[in-house]
Design a binder for this molecule. Structure first.
Ligand SMILES: O=C([O-])CC(=O)C(=O)O
Ligand SMILES: [Mg+2]
Length: 574
């Protein structure tokens, strides 16, 4: 059987010369080269390239290095002070000169991450119809889903390995955002590249526009999505089926990250497709893993074990359910029985504790506390549960700001000298508490981590770093490992191993912290990727032959070698 050879993209291919150095063979020439973000070098096109590629006279005379271009862009970035303006600036740069964009991100990652990602990406989602400029990624909607495969064939990239797809039904903690959810798929994939080593020409953001339940969006003349109610039931699943079928045909090597699907849909979609196409749900599994890693490290800091904790998870959406499952798995690994775990992990939704006598959605049922365990309790609302269950760990995934108030935090402090308080909802405005408040109420004793970035807190002469318990420390390495091992499935144990790898990385390099500092995100991802590949091999789901006989050291070197780094490759016409 012969396969027609497809270049990497419709505009160029990457080749190797006799010495093994990579170069770009462009399939277009001249002015158009400056309009393709993956090709454009701006003023970094060399003199020879300008001559050979038909660019002479079209560019400024100066010939720059990538470093010089990064500095120029950084100055322009700094001239803007409003985060959303900075986001728009970076997004425009990404659409103009992608290597420059990633080099800038990599050079100033701590400053850039909150702009391209959480929290500012939340504003970008809300304002996406206003800030939309160039097409990026794939939008499937009720207008074109019947032609999903031809639509996907229009995507000019031929070897996509990583897809982030959202139906926008529960973006961060800000709910249904319709077409705007595309910004989250784009933002997550920027992290896949800068923190997870996946080349930008291997990524595809996808918006599954199945409508919106928000009447205000449907009635807004500026809104760019389809203006009808969300599809539900069979119609909804039929839509997602068509997307998955088209993906398998057009991109048989792709992995899908399901992002920001509301509650039931998150579980339904994950279960329906995880054995059809290698895929995982970032909010259930990625958040679960990152929180497990942080809780393990926080326990280590107070010389206790996870199995000694009593954990309250406030919020029973995809994130809350995933976190509860991950914590239970961690306790199981420490030897607790299901009965013992049930007495140590309590999940609440907006109506209070999930108890097994309450009617509830199917996905919540495994999280419910046996009613008998609450016998004699004063109540089952959050303050009651913290007191009666003697909670030592508070995990906020409710999306409701301020729920971890002084009363709740002090109640946890009465149960343990050092409570773990993690307000994890995103973006910042939805955080369950402010770290400075939590530390003040507990006289600096609480161990705090948040979902969105927060500045360190100074209290009584001590600086408290606030760990960022965001799935950004998991998904890039998880996805990258899955790509490199060419997995046919992403198992729960692969995700759990990602959590333990992140915890181990932090313990080794920053024993005083519970998460690594953000500038080390790509190093941490490398460790996560190695652990994921090893577990995939163990479970027999890795189909990449190359990784099978590698030692740990070889595996690490392999992952590091494959990690995409921003650089301008030389152009050569053939
Ligand atoms: O995007 C983030 O910052 C983390 C996440 O998945 C969410 O909050 O839904
Ligand atoms: Mg999410």
């Amino acid at each position: 059987m012969s396969h027609a050879y497809l270049p990497l993209t419709d505009f160029y291919d990457v080749k190797r010369d006799q010495e093994g150095h990579r170069y770009i063979q462009p399939l277009i020439r001249g002015f158009n080269l400056t309009r393709i973000p993956l090709l454009n070098k701006g003023t970094a096109f060399t003199e020879q390239e300008r001559e050979e590629l038909g660019l002479e006279g079209l560019l400024a005379p100066q010939i720059d290095s990538l470093e010089a271009l990064v500095e120029r862009a950084y100055r322009e970035f700094q001239r803007r002070s409003d985060p959303i303006d900075r986001h728009i600036y970076l997004h425009n740069l990404q659409d103009r000169n992608e290597v420059q964009f990633y080099a800038l991100l990599a050079a100033y990652i701590e400053e850039m991450l909150p702009i391209v990602y959480t929290p500012t990406v939340g504003d970008a989602v809300k304002r996406f119809s206003q800030i939309y400029r160039y097409p990026r990624g794939l939008t499937l909607s009720t207008r074109n889903i019947a032609r999903a495969l031809p639509a996907m064939r229009n995507v000019p990239v031929n070897d996509v390995r990583m897809i982030v797809a959202t139906d926008s039904s529960a973006i961060l903690g800000i709910g249904d955002q319709g077409f705007g959810g595309m910004a989250i798929s784009i933002g997550k994939l920027s992290l896949y590249t800068v923190a997870g080593g996946v080349g930008p020409d291997k990524t595809l953001p996808v918006e599954l526009d199945v409508g919106t339940s928000r009447a205000d969006l449907r009635e807004d003349p500026q809104y760019l999505g389809v203006k009808h109610e969300r599809l539900t039931g069979e119609e909804y699943l039929g839509f997602i089926d068509r997307f998955v079928e088209a993906t398998i045909q057009r991109y048989p090597k792709a992995i899908i990250q399901w992002e920001d699907f509301a509650k039931d849909a998150a579980f339904t979609v994950l279960q329906r497709y995880r054995k059809v196409v290698p895929s995982f749900n970032d909010d259930i599994q990625g958040t679960g893993a990152v929180v497990l890693a942080g809780v393990l490290n926080a326990c280590r800091l107070k010389d206790e074990a996870l199995k000694d904790q009593v954990v309250v998870v406030h919020g029973a959406g995809a994130g809350g359910a995933g976190v509860a499952a991950a914590i239970r798995e961690g306790m199981r690994r420490e030897g607790l029985t299901p009965g013992e775990i049930a007495a140590r992990v309590f999940v609440l939704d907006s109506r209070g504790l999930l108890t097994d006598d309450r009617p509830m959605e199917a996905y919540k049922q495994p999280l419910a506390t046996p009613k008998a365990l609450t016998e004699g309790w004063a109540g089952t609302q959050l303050p009651d549960v913290v007191r009666e269950a003697k909670a030592t760990v508070l995990l906020g995934l409710s999306g409701v700001p301020g729920t971890f108030d002084e009363e709740i935090v002090r109640a946890a402090l009465a149960n343990t000298p050092r409570p773990l308080v993690f307000p994890l909802s995103n973006p910042t405005a939805h955080s369950e508490a402010l770290p400075a408040d939590v530390l003040r109420w507990t006289d600096g004793q609480a161990i705090v981590a948040t979902g969105s970035p927060f500045d360190p807190v100074e209290l009584n002469g001590t600086t408290h770093h606030i760990g960022q318990g965001n799935n950004a420390f998991i998904f890039p390495g998880l996805g990258f490992g899955c790509i490199l091992a060419r997995v046919r499935e992403i198992t729960d144990d692969m995700v759990t191993e990602a959590a333990y790898a992140l915890a181990a990385y932090t313990e080794k390099h920053h024993p005083e912290r519970i998460y690594p500092p953000v500038p080390e995100i790509s190093k941490a991802s490398t460790h996560v990727a190695v652990a994921v590949i090893k577990q995939a091999l163990k479970e027999g789901v890795a189909t990449e032959f190359k990784v099978r006989r590698m030692s740990d050291t070889e595996l690490r070197a392999f992952v590091e070698r494959k990690f995409w780094k921003p650089q301008y490759l030389r152009f050569q016409m053939e």
